[in-house]
Design a protein around this ligand. Structure first.
Ligand code: MRU
Length: 356
């Protein structure tokens, strides 16, 4: 297993312009890797959720553009830029909700544009993809420390979906807070929701926590209300795919009911995300595009049909949690609280030593 400092690396740039990534659709039963030098394979991997999680989707897109740059032989700069824009459009269309995808593509295109000639553009794209990857991991560690400082000793957390190394390139956002809290002796246990329909909680979060030796309990999504009402959870901590300028949060379907239940039961509801997940060009959550995925993901469980043929199903992959339900947004630059327009804009201006 590729690891850095004993940590899981879900994606890696190999020498000779190749990428290796762990196929997340096969975990936890099968730890297998996909290797490619073709950016189209990475676009397909994002679409098919072999790689997933907002920050990792952005990192993968940046590496994909670096691969696309290698394809052209002795092309001139204009031809290279046109090829990169075509690749960027294909990548941008893979999943619409996570803003990190567009953010990383814009950064990479700008770096290529600024390069003097094709060779330096190719080098610059590879360097930029690595920089984005390293900066995300460093940001995660700061998010972890900022989040852990908000928790009381002996806390049990509840989390949804997968926000760990597998979703971020290394360490994690919400799961990074669990890791950091465990390191300073504040974390008792993590309740992990299954996260239907694709079971990112049951398949991926439990796998990461088990590898780290962090105590967890897996529950069905609908158990969360009961746990909160019984006082078994001290904080709900989730990630985000996009945060609007007013603090509304798009995240995995089922996040919004968790926020409402947390409020109802007087439990803090924290959102952990890097600054790259905040979309200052989107003023409110209603403007965020929500990915609608195949109904087959709902009518089947691990490939087995769970309803009769022909049943109608809807499969929105994300929901919007209004900022009124969010106790705080934890970033690498600090912790934002309501009113979010001002506090998030303030964090953007903060010194961010880890983000290059
Ligand atoms: O559909 P997915 O698995 O890509 O959804 C992932 C989530 O909703 C995560 O909570 C979010 O991307 C944040 S990951 C740090």
């Amino acid at each position: 297993m590729p690891r850095s400092e004993n940590r899981l690396l879900p994606i890696e740039w190999l020498s000779g312009g190749r990428i290796r990534l762990i196929d997340q659709t096969r975990l936890p039963q099968d730890e297998s890797y996909l290797e490619t030098s073709d950016y189209r394979d990475l676009a397909a991997a994002i679409r098919e959720m072999k790689v997933r999680g907002a920050p990792l989707i952005g990192i993968t897109a940046a590496y994909a553009l670096a691969l696309a740059a290698h394809e052209g032989g002795d092309a001139g700069k204009d031809e290279l830029m046109s090829r990169l824009r075509t690749a960027a459009e294909e990548l941008r269309a893979t999943r619409p909700t996570a803003v990190n995808l567009a953010w990383a593509l814009e950064r990479a295109l700008a770096v290529a544009e600024a390069a003097a000639d094709p060779d330096s553009a190719i080098d610059a794209l590879e360097a930029e993809a690595r920089r984005i990857h390293e900066a995300e991991i460093a940001a995660n560690q700061r998010i972890g420390a900022n989040g852990a400082s908000l928790l009381a000793t002996g806390s049990t957390l509840l989390t949804h979906c997968n926000t760990g190394s597998l979703a971020t390139g290394g360490y994690g956002t919400a799961l990074g807070i669990a890791r950091a809290a465990r390191e300073v002796g504040k974390l008792e246990r993590v309740y992990v929701t299954e996260t239907r329909p694709l079971l990112q909680g049951a398949r991926l979060t439990t796998w990461e926590l088990q590898r780290d030796g962090i105590p967890f309990t897996l529950v069905v999504d609908s158990a969360a209300g009961s746990l909160l009402r019984r006082g078994l959870v001290q904080a709900v901590v989730v990630g985000a795919d996009r945060i609007a300028a007013n603090g509304d949060v798009a995240n995995k379907i089922g996040t919004y009911p968790l926020a409402v239940l947390a409020r109802e039961n007087g439990v803090p509801f924290y959102v952990a995300a890097p600054i790259s997940t905040i979309d200052f060009n989107t003023s409110r959550g209603d403007e965020i595009p929500i990915e609608e995925r195949s109904p087959i993901e709902v009518t089947t469980l691990a490939g087995v049909e769970t309803t009769m043929g022909g049943a109608t199903a809807a499969n929105p992959a994300f929901d919007i949690t209004p900022s009124a339900y969010v106790t705080a947004i934890i970033t690498e630059n600090g912790v934002a609280r309501a009113p979010y327009e001002a506090s998030l804009a303030g964090l953007l201006r903060e010194e961010a030593p880890s983000r290059g």
